[in-house]
Design a binder for this molecule. Structure first.
Ligand SMILES: *Cc1c(COP(=O)(O)O)cnc(C)c1O
Length: 492
């Protein structure tokens, strides 16, 4: 059978993708200690290399191929203008150790991004240093710790975390040295206000809440929840991963939230997946600004404004080399400026509309975890399908046959057989209808031909992978297949 060759198998001695011109300066030998023998470089032509990597890219799903309804992750389309702007030589070719006088434009962009993020969310100050949402959480919780310590308030050892939270929330609290108190959800999917009342006290450093939460629901008691925690002397951290639902509509700062991270790679359309780079800026209320990690860039007013670095007075210290992932700041800046205030509000309105359209079109075929008007995402349960032996994992695998990325599955943990769908605002009605049709067909199959679903995927390059092994013993290196020993070869 013909098998696509791997790049090393395409290799032919002497083939080249580039021709390096003859040097016009005297040749100088490289230091001997830098040279290594026996490196197994493939030798291939340009077209072989291009075809190899293009084929590889086709084996995986991508937002540029089809819908990617991965709940909680906000996999929206990344406008290509972001990429073009991030590649401007004045942004891509500068170095963080350059004299600030020579990179004033880049610093101005960072100041304006800080200001726009602060305005959109109702905070007084923002750091752009953290490299991801989880990193922003750690930054925020360290700020909360520094705040209590600065007041000599050392008895606050606990952080309240709802049971619907993303796993990074309790992990962050523990990393920052706190004990986690898990707060259950109420019957409508809010954090249980009565339990907040029971647990908020003199040992509470704060609450880490996600609003809208990971069930895709607006917390109906958010104002009261914030009041109770504040009254107990704690601070309220908002996990801003779901900010995409409320841009231009509600500002966490106005709700009394003290600290929040933004996921630029979710809400503000910078690319994510594959390990990043992401960006997780953190916004704080005015009296917490002195604890932000430094250095931070600021504007110095004058005839001609200047931009300079400064260290906040009681900074928790540096959380990232240099100034964070600057290329992501450029992309998010471009996205925000491109949309403007009215455009950002429309982003959220469309994201919420799309999610509710999907929910309304699916609720007769799937159990709905908490059947309320949803925000930008919602959670179904595969319980009904499970009675026919079809698990949520099978439904996810079957969606691959339709060329669709599966939704988030088995999260949040409080919903059995969870299927968490987030369409985002960038999907057209036609692509939403395609996703609906696929899920409805799978619901039919689960009743009539369950083996079609449990045996899926049928049309992908690879079938079911051993996901546990892939996680535990991840190996991304290509290694040359072992040549069979001569005796083995002779035997077959
Ligand atoms: C994505 C997400 C996080 C973590 O953000 P990363 O950027 O992936 O580190 C935290 N909380 C929620 C609710 C999320 O969806």
């Amino acid at each position: 059978m013909a098998v696509e060759p791997l790049i090393h198998e395409l290799s032919k001695p002497g083939r080249r993708a580039v021709r390096i011109p003859a040097p016009d300066v005297p040749e100088t030998p490289l230091p001997q200690e830098l040279l290594r023998d026996g490196l197994d470089w493939p030798e291939a032509s340009e077209i072989d290399v291009i075809r190899h990597y293009t084929r590889l890219s086709q084996k995986n799903h991508a937002i540029d191929i089809n819908t990617y309804p991965l709940g909680s992750c906000t996999m929206k389309y990344n406008p290509k203008i972001n990429e073009a702007v991030a590649r401007y030589p004045g942004f891509a070719g500068i170095h963080p150790l350059q004299d600030p006088a020579t990179v004033q434009g880049a610093l101005e962009l960072m100041v304006e991004l800080q200001e726009m993020l602060a305005e959109i969310s109702g905070f007084a100050a923002v750091t752009l240093q953290p490299a991801a949402g989880a990193h922003g959480e750690l930054t925020g919780v360290l700020i909360m710790r520094a705040y209590h310590r600065s007041r000599g308030d050392t008895g606050r050892t606990k952080i309240l975390v709802p049971d619907s939270a993303h796993g990074t929330n309790p992990a962050t609290a523990v990393m920052a040295g706190f004990e986690v108190v898990t707060i259950p959800s109420d019957a409508r999917g809010n954090v249980d206000l009565e339990q907040i009342r029971v647990h908020a006290g003199p040992d509470t450093a704060g609450l880490m809440i996600t609003n809208p939460n990971t069930l895709g629901l607006w917390d109906e008691h958010i104002a009261e929840v914030v009041r109770v925690v504040h009254e107990a002397g704690g601070l309220v951290y908002n996990d801003g991963a779901n900010f995409n639902a409320i841009l231009g509509i509600a500002r966490p700062g106005d709700l009394g939230i003290d600290v929040m991270h933004y996921n630029l790679h979710k809400t503000f359309s910078t690319p994510h997946g594959g390990g990043g780079p992401g960006s997780g800026p953190v916004g704080v209320r005015a009296d917490l600004a002195e604890f932000l990690p430094g250095p931070i860039v600021r504007r110095v007013d004058g005839d001609e404004p200047r931009y300079e670095w400064f260290q906040p007075a009681r900074s928790v210290g540096r959380l990232h080399t240099f100034h964070g992932n600057f290329g992501m700041h450029v992309r998010a800046y471009c996205y925000i400026r491109m949309h403007g205030a009215a455009g950002l509000r429309l982003v959220s309105e469309d994201a919420v509309l799309n999610a509710n359209y999907l929910l309304a079109s699916l609720r007769d075929r799937f159990d709905v975890a908490y059947d309320r008007t949803c925000m930008h995402e919602f959670v179904l349960s595969g319980n009904r399908q499970k009675r026919n032996g079809v698990r949520t994992l099978d439904i996810a695998k079957r969606l691959l046959d339709f060329g669709l990325h599966p939704p988030t599955t088995y999260f949040p943990l409080i919903v059995p057989e969870a299927i968490m769908i987030e369409p985002t605002e960038t999907e057209s009605k036609e692509s939403l209808d395609y996703l609906i049709a696929a899920l409805r067909q799978i619901a039919d199959e689960a009743e009539q031909t369950p083996e079609v679903v449990t045996g899926a995927p049928h049309r992908t390059e690879y079938k079911r992978l051993d996901e546990v092994a892939a996680n535990r013993t991840l190996n991304l290196r290509w290694t040359r297949p072992v040549e069979p020993a001569p005796e083995a070869a002779a035997a077959d």
